[in-house]
Design a protein around this ligand. Structure first.
Ligand code: GLU
Length: 460
């Protein structure tokens, strides 16, 4: 009995040493890439119980391999602004892992984009895509281009120049980009047009998030936000809770936030706040979604305009204050690291019951600790926001079959996928000794499928 205990302890120690050793190497090789290191740390720490139970992953050097991108390109994007001046931005595409399918992941256009951000998003995408259960590998890309305040013409010239380099790296069976922050249907349209022009070939499946008029999937626009709410709904249901009658705070007012608000409201919640990169609005009567959609999707205006139309609502400059609003459910749908330890403590002291990460890595490691220690239900991004990329994969299927499914059909599939992801995360967490910890569950469930595929394909 004692010996068995000892063997187990030795196994655990070996797994911990292995993870620490590889992590130290990652720190050395990627100095100052804080977002990347943060995301690697979270995933690596979760995998200790897997290596303890299945040491063959260590023998196959699986961590060293999975953390190293298959390739990453950076490129110059020159374009001419409305004043006739030549502007230069940096473009990126990371092709992180193709063990289970072609690289798949969005493009982010935002001034904060750099190597660290692209690598964190790409690494995260491997596990997220695996969780969907669909055959898609992990990739990501983008540029430090700032779309804010740019004219349609500038956006078009920039995206065409971006695609003039990107086209040689992508293809429907190679790498399939989509949108992310700053890249929506308009940008995907310009990118697709330029790709088609260069290739002289109508390859619908080369990009997803297209307008349904030319090969986009119905419900793709709604998918990430709806999916996050479907996931959280499952998590609440297990505890006898629901969205019905709850107060919800959603950060952001982009694609993810808008449709998370819509679905939460459809399920009977009152969404009282949302934000953009300048500030947030608090509307105790419940946010009027039609106004938000008009301001953000059509007029491309700042959220501060909301209070001009709804004078009883309040607008506050700055983004972090949104987490001081008392709520039952918080859905961070804006960007990485928007909830830190202080914000997490504030949410907890105001009685929050559940967090659903709609954005990628919106909570810092310290914030996640606060939630887990206080028994707040926590839906981690790579599981909770996988609905977007899942419907992207369904868009690829429809493109391959040259047909399109109805909104209801896609939405029903999305719902089923989110339920499956939730169940798989719960099960993995339980199986590896962390019942109820969906952070660990998501990382393990996402990892095993990719790791097994990599091993099955030899030393690649
Ligand atoms: N950018 C989204 C994500 O973070 C969607 C990617 C896609 O549809 O390929 O998952």
């Amino acid at each position: 009995m004692e010996t068995l205990q000892k063997v187990k302890q030795d196994g655990l120690q070996m797994a911990k040493d292995y993870v620490d050793e590889v992590y130290e190497k990652v720190i050395k090789q990627n100095p100052n890439e804080n977002e990347f290191l943060q995301c690697v740390k979270e995933i690596f720490d979760s995998l200790v119980p897997v290596f303890t139970k299945h040491p063959h992953y260590m023998d196959n050097s699986i961590l060293e391999r999975i953390v190293e991108p298959e390739r990453m390109v950076t490129f110059r994007v020159s374009w001419v602004d409305d004043h006739g001046k030549v502007q230069v931005n940096r473009g990126f595409r990371i092709q992180y892992n193709s063990a289970i399918g072609p690289y798949k992941g969005g493009l982010r256009f935002h001034p904060s984009v750099n190597t660290s951000i692209i690598k964190f998003l790409g690494f995260e995408q491997i596990f997220k895509n695996s969780l969907t259960g669909l055959p898609i590998g992990g990739g990501k890309g983008g540029s430090d281009f700032d779309p804010k305040g740019k004219s349609d013409g500038e956006i078009m010239r920039f995206t065409q120049s971006f695609m003039t380099e990107l086209y040689r790296h992508i293809g429907p069976d190679i790498d399939v980009p989509a949108g992310d922050i700053g890249v929506g249907a308009r940008e995907i349209g310009f990118l697709f047009g330029q790709y088609k022009r260069i290739r002289g070939n109508y390859e619908a499946g080369v990009l997803t998030g297209k307008n349904p008029r030319y090969g986009g999937s119905l419900a793709r626009k709604e998918a990430t936000g709806y999916g996050t709410v479907y996931f959280v709904e499952e998590m609440l249901k297990d505890k006898g809770l629901s969205f019905e009658g709850s107060t919800v705070v959603v950060s952001g007012s982009g694609n993810v936030a808008i449709y998370a608000m819509e679905k939460a409201a459809q399920l009977g919640a009152k969404v009282v706040a949302c934000s953009d990169s300048n500030g947030f609005v608090y509307d105790q009567n419940g946010i009027n979604l039609e106004t938000i959609k008009r301001l953000k999707e059509i007029e491309r205006k700042r959220i501060s305009e909301y209070v001009k139309i709804h004078p009883t609502a309040e607008y506050y400059e700055g983004c972090t204050g949104i987490w001081s609003i008392p709520c039952d459910i918080a859905l961070p749908c804006a960007t990485q690291n928007e909830i830190d330890e202080t914000a997490a403590n504030l949410l907890v002291s105001n009685g929050v019951k559940a967090i659903g990460e709609g954005a990628n890595m919106p909570c810092t490691l310290e914030a996640i600790d606060v939630f887990l220690k206080n028994d707040v239900l926590f839906a981690p991004a790579k599981a909770a926001n996988a609905g977007g990329v899942a419907v992207s994969a369904l868009e690829m299927s429809q493109n391959s079959m040259r047909l399109s499914w109805s909104f209801e059909e896609v939405d029903a599939k999305l719902h089923q996928i989110m339920e499956n992801i939730y169940r798989n995360c719960v099960q993995a967490a339980e199986e590896y000794g962390y019942p109820g910890n969906l952070v660990v569950g998501a990382n393990i469930a996402g990892f095993i499928k990719v790791a097994d595929a990599m091993i099955a394909q030899g030393v690649i």
